[in-house]
Write a protein that binds this ligand. Sequence first.
Ligand SMILES: [Zn+2]
Length: 247
Amino acid sequence: MKLIALETGRFEADLMQLAGIPGQALLPVPAWLIEHPRGLVLFDTGLHTKLRTPEGQMKGSFETTVVDFPVGEELTARIAAAGYSVADIQTVIFSHLHFDHCGGTWEIPNAKIVVQESEWKAGHNPKLVEVGLYTPEDFDLGHDRLLIDGEHDLFGDGTIVCIPTPGHTRGHQSLLVRLASGPVVLTSDCIYFATMYEQMRVPPFGADLTAQLASMRHLRALEQQGCRLIFGHDAEQIRALPIGGLS
Ligand SMILES: [Zn+2]
């Protein structure tokens, strides 16, 4: 098995909110490609190419978010550069349905999508859609889908397991990937980057801050049991991963 980070652009974030540090930073937006003997799996799909056009800009909650998304960094190009084809992706697991985690879904035509049922519901909640927290056109495109409720072992062999980590959003989940070199947990937005984890800081914009802190503690317990945590938007950590992926 192999785990490869695909950086699909970056977005500008307020470090004060995330880590108590003044200033802004460009945070990477990764999608994760997992090569498993039974098929190719993606965890999240990154940014939508429409964000490059004036008409495709976000509205509401994310309206002021600045993205840096040059041509060549879209999901299709990143997957090709890694030596694979989007047509061969069989499964897309969503950590959650915010714009920077499901934007490339339209590029993956043949996959079944796997998401927590509570997240799918939140993603269609008219109030949350109206304020721009969710954009169903990004993720509800008619793919076959599997709505799950709680922990889910994708292939039944313990190698790729969805671990609910609610709080950032209602149905947020992390992903445990059991590589030959040891187990890794992709935390997605439960923990953006290392500084936030060191401080056990919960940013003020999540759906349920108490639940998010409990989820962070759950991830810390997994780390204590030997799992390596890979954070959702940690530039230093993501760029230090081997180009050919972890195996
Ligand atoms: Zn998010």
